[in-house]
Write a protein that binds this ligand. Structure first.
Ligand code: SAM
Length: 270
């Protein structure tokens, strides 16, 4: 029974490990997802919350007091198992030639991106690691985090489903989102998800996000007139995703960041 269903967007409040086996073989046009990274940071209170508290931003009234928002299954072992399993399931449910785009963190000290890339290659066939350059300076100390990787694998059996022509680079520059006190702790920009949706699917195609969080993939899919199924284990984020898709927050986020052409121009220094 879906938690939300309207205009081709369906959200299930469920564990992806229970839902995905019910999805038919060769039925999905794009798996686009942002799984728990397994950094464990969010298991004992979310990272943004801790960071704000550590800097004294909350006590000085600069950041709002919010609840800790731990991410389910964010311990290293479970997250790694989830991702490895997802790649195997993607091989089964994707149509031949279709892609799985999986956010995968960036840099060290744990070379998770390398491990995940190998697993993706074993299950699907590794195609590309796209760098999401977030601009500015991220968290950390030595080598502060400035980018994340999005790993792209392609199911064999047909030419790659690709709508990006021959002038799409493997680096995309878009600002990250600093979550507010009540937001999902690790939101992805809708424009980033829209970028991958545009490259790997056509209008009316089916996009699947098994770790939907606050619904950035689903909002992007709605904006771009794709069908989408999102699965989220935490009801709090199902509710956020449903509200977001409903009021087309996507359009606002997208307009803030600017059209893709603008993004591409700024990256080229235009
Ligand atoms: C990194 S977050 C996704 C954030 C999302 N991209 C956004 O922009 O809001 C990963 C999400 O996966 C969910 N999750 C963890 N284990 C899950 C599972 N087994 N099935 C479904 N969702 C799960 C978590 O609750 C979390 O919201």
């Amino acid at each position: 029974m879906p938690y939300y269903e309207r205009d081709g967007i369906t959200i299930f409040h469920a564990d992806a490990r229970e839902m995905l086996p019910g999805i038919e073989d060769d039925s999905v046009d794009l798996v686009l997802t942002d799984p728990p990274y397994g950094h464990g940071q969010n298991n004992h209170g979310d990272l943004a919350h801790k960071w704000e508290a550590a800097l004294g931003l909350v006590s000085r009234g600069i950041a709002a007091e919010g609840d800790a928002r731990p991410i389910a299954n964010d311990d290293r072992e479970t997250a790694n198992a989830l991702v490895r399993w997802l790649f195997a399931e993607s091989r089964r449910i994707l149509k031949p030639g279709c892609c799985c785009c999986c956010c995968g963190g960036g840099g060290g000290p744990d070379p998770q991106f390398a491990r995940w890339s190998m697993w993706m290659d074993e299950a699907l066939g590794f195609k590309q690691a796209v760098v999401w350059d977030k601009g500015g300076l991220g968290l950390g100390w030595h080598y502060r985090r400035n980018y994340e990787l999005v790993l792209v694998g392609q199911k064999p059996g047909a030419p790659c489903k690709w709508y990006g022509g021959s002038a799409t680079a493997n680096v995309v520059r878009m600002h990250g989102i600093k979550p507010g006190a009540d937001d999902h702790p690790t939101p992805k920009p809708v424009a980033l998800m829209a970028w991958f949706i545009r490259l790997h699917s056509a209008i009316g195609d089916l996009v699947l996000d098994p770790f939907a969080g606050g619904g950035s993939t689903l909002a992007a899919a709605k904006l771009m007139r794709r069908k989408a199924v999102g699965i989220e284990i935490d009801e709090r984020w199902c509710e956020m995703a449903a509200r977001r898709v409903d009021r087309e927050q996507a359009c606002m986020d997208f307009a803030c960041v600017g059209p893709m052409e603008q993004q591409e121009l700024s990256w080229r220094g235009g």
